[in-house]
Design a protein around this ligand. Structure first.
Ligand SMILES: [Zn+2]
Length: 180
């Protein structure tokens, strides 16, 4: 079995008159994150980690912010696209561990809902979401922005034949949740 690790990091600026969407959850707050899509910094960090582990570049290459199709789009829709890209390459996801770095609001009440959204969209079980502050320091501490980082582990089963090797898809194709 082949395994690959990947990391992702993302930052978005906090601004007035924007929704705060983290892991697909609409979190009540006086400011939201600024971006071309819904600016879901957590989902973006996870997407970058997944693409990075698979050696498939980054989110900017697959979803350029110059493309009007991604304007205000739910980042969970883009995550679903990343899932398809990984499935095409026969990669399964072993686990995801992510951290949101935000001074405010308090995120612990939303952690489970965020993890569930990510897990459902990817068709996996192990998604761990953590939240921390930077004790008032730096751009997250002064509430200028929110950062997120993620680590993922991918796996792929390989079978070696006489003259060639091939890899089998590790998950049933076609599972998806269209309600997200
Ligand atoms: Zn982003």
């Amino acid at each position: 079995m082949k395994m690959r690790v990947g990391t992702g990091y993302d930052v978005h600026r906090l601004a007035e008159n924007r929704k705060l969407i983290l892991g697909g959850v609409d979190i009540p707050h006086e400011k939201g994150l600024l971006g071309h899509s819904d600016a879901d910094v957590l989902t973006h960090a996870i997407m970058d980690a997944l693409l990075g582990a698979a050696g498939l570049g980054d989110i900017g290459q697959h979803f350029p912010d110059t493309n009007p199709a991604y304007k205000d789009i739910s980042s969970l829709c883009m995550l679903r696209e990343v899932r398809k890209i990984l499935e095409k390459e026969s990669w399964g996801i072993e686990n995801i561990d992510a951290t949101i770095i935000a001074q405010a609001p308090r995120l612990s009440p939303y952690r489970d809902a965020m993890a569930q959204n990510i897990a459902k969209t990817l068709g996996i079980e192990v998604v761990n979401i953590k939240a921390t502050t930077e004790e008032g320091l730096g751009f997250t501490g002064t509430e200028q922005g929110i950062a997120a980082q993620a680590v993922v582990l991918l796996f792929r089963f390989c079978h070696f034949g006489q003259s060639r090797s091939f890899c089998q898809p590790t998950r049933a194709q076609g599972e998806s949740n269209e309600n997200l």
